[in-house]
Design a protein around this ligand. Structure first.
Ligand SMILES: *[C@@H]1O[C@H](CO)[C@@H](O)[C@H](O)[C@H]1NC(C)=O
Ligand SMILES: *[C@@H]1O[C@H](CO)[C@@H](O)[C@H](O)[C@H]1NC(C)=O
Ligand SMILES: *[C@@H]1O[C@H](CO)[C@@H](O)[C@H](O)[C@H]1NC(C)=O
Ligand SMILES: *[C@@H]1O[C@H](CO)[C@@H](O)[C@H](O)[C@H]1NC(C)=O
Ligand SMILES: *[C@@H]1O[C@H](CO)[C@@H](O)[C@H](O)[C@H]1NC(C)=O
Ligand SMILES: *[C@@H]1O[C@H](CO)[C@@H](O)[C@H](O)[C@H]1NC(C)=O
Ligand SMILES: *[C@@H]1O[C@H](CO)[C@@H](O)[C@H](O)[C@H]1NC(C)=O
Length: 250
């Protein structure tokens, strides 16, 4: 063998070695991480929100732009599907955040669980674009100080099983009708406590069309008739548990 041949063989071997190493690294990496689009959506969400008491003690602190913090699946309150890497759960309940929900939230198209309870959205309307998160199974907007009309777009969330719009204390959301409600045919748990349903004449019919409903909580909703005794006509489920506060019924 000539010297030139040996050098060539070494080169080839090195190249082959490098290829094998790269391949192995790819195969053995179980961590997929989050997509750039979802990361940007979360950063936009953070930008619109801030802590009520400085920026201390809320989960958004761990959300950052730094290169070493790129994988948003590692951020507090963010959960990803471990096979696809998509963000599937966002738990921002009880963070005492204040501000505006960025419309970029809808880039989290795989979101199944969204908890924004106990934050303060200052009496603003529930954003219509929440209706685009069509994979949601769980939506908790309890005590977030939303006001105005409940958007009909919630009727787009056909996978929902848990919906909590209850409010104890601050602004009150209002509904003209619940025509969107029967679209949520998988709903098991519905809490509309202290929302203003005084204009919703067909509320019982709407609720009655939910075949899987198990928990219905309607405290302080200013419900129009029918009164509680009529609820026995409900056919949706024998094991339905209903909580009313009687003094709120007309
Ligand atoms: C992936 O997630 C599922 C539940 O979401 C869990 O049961 C499973 O152990 C996880 N697998 C890995 C490798 O973390
Ligand atoms: C919510 O925010 C509004 C202003 O945006 C403020 O007036 C109100 O006091 C806040 N509510 C609570 C409970 O912090
Ligand atoms: C309903 O969801 C689809 C995606 O499933 C989306 O394209 C559409 O804009 C949503 N409509 C509303 C009113 O949110
Ligand atoms: C929504 O969040 C509040 C406060 O975090 C909690 O008390 C309530 O049970 C939640 N609702 C549902 C349906 O899980
Ligand atoms: C409810 O579902 C029906 C048919 O599935 C659809 O035509 C309608 O637009 C939906 N309503 C809302 C508010 O999403
Ligand atoms: C509920 O809404 C009705 C009319 O839309 C209004 O007259 C009433 O004052 C509201 N009640 C509360 C508690 O906001
Ligand atoms: C009983 O529930 C079904 C849906 O589960 C609905 O289509 C039907 O109209 C309801 N019947 C009455 C009398 O409300």
């Amino acid at each position: 063998m000539t010297v030139a041949n040996t050098v060539e063989a070494r080169c080839c071997f090195k190249l082959l070695y490098a290829i094998v190493v790269v391949l192995l690294l790819h195969m053995s990496s179980p961590c997929i991480g989050c997509s750039e689009r979802e990361r940007q959506a979360l950063l936009a969400l953070k930008q619109g929100l801030q802590g009520l008491v400085g920026d201390d003690g809320n989960r958004l602190l761990s959300w950052g732009r730094e290169a070493q913090n790129k994988d948003c699946c590692q951020w507090d309150g963010v959960y990803c599907n471990n096979q696809t890497g998509h963000v599937v759960k966002l738990d921002l309940g009880e963070q005492y955040l204040q501000g505006k929900i960025s419309p970029k939230l809808i880039h989290l198209q795989h979101l199944e669980y969204l908890d924004l309870s106990y934050n303060n959205f200052s009496g603003s309307k529930i954003p219509d674009f929440i209706g685009s998160l069509s994979n949601l199974i769980y939506l908790n907007l309890s005590n977030v100080n939303f006001g105005g009309q409940i958007p009909n777009q919630l009727g787009n969330l056909t996978h929902l099983q848990y919906l909590d719009l209850s409010s104890y204390g601050y602004s009150v959301v209002h509904a003209k009708n619940l025509n969107w409600l029967p679209n949520l045919s998988g709903l098991k748990h519905l809490d509309l406590s202290f929302t203003n349903l005084s204009d919703v004449v067909g509320w019982l019919e709407a609720v009655n069309m939910l075949p899987k409903l198990r928990n219905l909580i309607l405290q302080g909703c200013n419900l129009p008739p029918p009164v509680i005794s009529s609820v026995s006509v409900m056919n949706s489920s024998k094991s339905l548990s209903i909580t009313f506060r009687v003094h709120c019924l007309i």
